[in-house]
Each structure stands twice: as C-alpha cells, then as structure tokens.
Design a protein around this ligand. Structure first.
Ligand code: 5GP
Length: 253
C-alpha cells in the first residue's frame, strides 16, 4: 500500500490523509496514557477494541439522528472519518460523581448527581486540560453562545443514548468525555461528534458489582485493561466471544 501522509499523531490515535478530500483515516494505537502522559504503556489489543466500540457508538448515534464524523470502519484498526475542525474543548457529561469532580468537591465516587452535568475543559496538555467556565469559552472565542447551546444539547443526547445502551447490558455510565468538531458544508457549518467514544473516554461500572470496565483500570492499576474492554464489547455483541484475532491484531501500516 502506498504510504499515506500523516496529518496528526496523538496519544492514542493517528490521523492520515483520507482517500478523498474532506476525509481522514483514523488509526487506533495500542498506547495507553494517563495523568497527562506521565503514566504510559502499550496494551495489546486496545486499539482494535476501541476502533470497534467507537464504530458501534457512532453508528448508533447516527441512527438516532446525532451527527458524527464517522463514515465507515476500514479494517481492524482504522476508520474513515470526515475531516472536521476540532473545537479545543473536552465536553464532559457526568451522571455520578467520580474522578476529578469527586476530588474537587470532596464527594464520594458513585454519588448520583441530581441531574446530568455538562462541563468543559480547555484542551491543552501542558496545562492539564483545565476546567473552564462558559464565560471563558465565549470571551476567548473558542466557541460562540450558539455553539455552546448546541454542544450541550448534543452532549445530552449522547448521554441519553450511551446511558440507555449501557443500562441494557448491566453497565452504569458514570461519566464520559466527547470532542466536537465543525463540519463545513459549502457556506454552512454544523457541529458533529468527533474523535472517539470508547472505554478510554468513559467511566463504566458494572451495575451489580461496581467493577470498573474503563480506563480507570489502567489509571488505578486495577487489573487487565484489555479484559475490561473485551467484557464491554462482549456484552454489547460487538466482538465475537472467541476473540483471539482481537488479542493478536494484525498490524496495518
Ligand atoms: P475526569 O475529569 O473525572 O478526570 O474525567 C471525566 C471523564 O472524562 C472520564 O470518563 C474520563 O475518562 C474522561 N476524560 C477526561 N479527560 C480525558 C482525556 O484527556 N482523555 C480521555 N480519553 N478521556 C478523558
């Protein structure tokens, strides 16, 4: 295969030029990082699982009319996506207190919040993705008030979809992070869900046991990350139960 032009390399994914203008190929790596890349490892099979899981969630979202950047999965580790201009914000939705919110407010992890809470962090690794109020977002021109309203509405729709899907397989959606991009179509732009939706960017707890099935397994050294993600994929019917292929992925380059 001809070598493709690399557009961007992040901690867990690489973006290559796509086959047509306005498209990109998103490649899922096995690299896992946490605490602003202070902790890092290579978790065999993680990229394959996240490629599949992100496809599953993005396809489901499209199915209920939530626009995403996803076009199609190409192979074990790659998907074709629309090129968007990423808004430099992490949009976080929380249903239960956990992680940075629990720490900041001194709350017990797992405390049910009175309603889903949407918050924004400014995407800047050097600053540790600081939480920012809406006032900053508008004042610094990262997004307009209309964008913010649309982003909150999109995030809450994603939350309803993801919570329902997870509830159906005995998993509580504690919180998650999404990224949103601007898709330009002629003179118009619309906001779409971009990046990925996977256990890397969600907190997922087993409803019965409270077992963590997300990246906290890696962050907090709670066990085998691939086993946790495989369990999520198995419950959702995304991967065959006999997933030897997945554990030993074919590297594509
Ligand atoms: P917290 O602010 O509690 O650390 O994270 C809230 C939620 O957003 C968690 O589900 C966490 O996985 C996700 N999240 C926050 N920041 C990042 C990030 O930089 N990368 C990824 N993959 N997920 C994040």
């Amino acid at each position: 295969m001809a070598r493709r032009k690399k557009i961007y390399e992040g901690k867990a994914k690489v973006l290559y030029e796509g086959p047509e203008p306005g498209t990109l190929v998103q490649y899922f790596k096995d690299d896992a990082t946490a605490f602003n890349a202070e902790k890092r490892d290579v978790i065999e099979g993680k990229g394959v699982l996240n490629n599949r899981l992100s496809e599953f969630f993005m396809t489901g979202l499209s199915g209920i009319g939530v626009p995403t950047h996803f076009i199609k999965r190409l192979n074990m580790r790659e998907q074709l996506i629309r090129a968007v201009e990423i808004i430099p914000l992490e949009v976080i939705v929380r249903n239960y207190a956990a992680g940075s919110m629990a720490k900041r407010l001194g709350l017990d992890e797992g405390l049910e919040l009175p309603r889903p809470i949407v918050e924004f962090s400014y995407k800047d690794d050097a600053l540790g993705d600081p939480l920012v109020p809406e006032e900053y977002i508008i004042a610094f021109g990262w997004a307009s008030q209309q964008d913010l309203d649309d982003m909150i509405a999109l995030a809450l729709r994603v939350n309803d979809f993801m919570s329902g899907v997870m509830y159906g397989v005995g998993i509580k959606l504690i919180d998650f992070k999404i990224e949103i991009g601007r898709l330009y179509e002629g003179d118009f732009q619309r906001l779409v869900i971009a990046d990925e939706i996977s256990p890397d960017s969600c907190r997922l707890w087993d409803m019965e046991t409270g077992e963590k099935l997300d990246k906290d397994v890696f962050r907090r050294d709670l066990g085998n990350l691939t086993d946790a993600y495989t369990e999520v994929a198995r419950r959702l019917g995304v991967m065959p139960q006999n997933a030897t292929q997945m554990v030993k992925p074919t590297l594509i380059n």
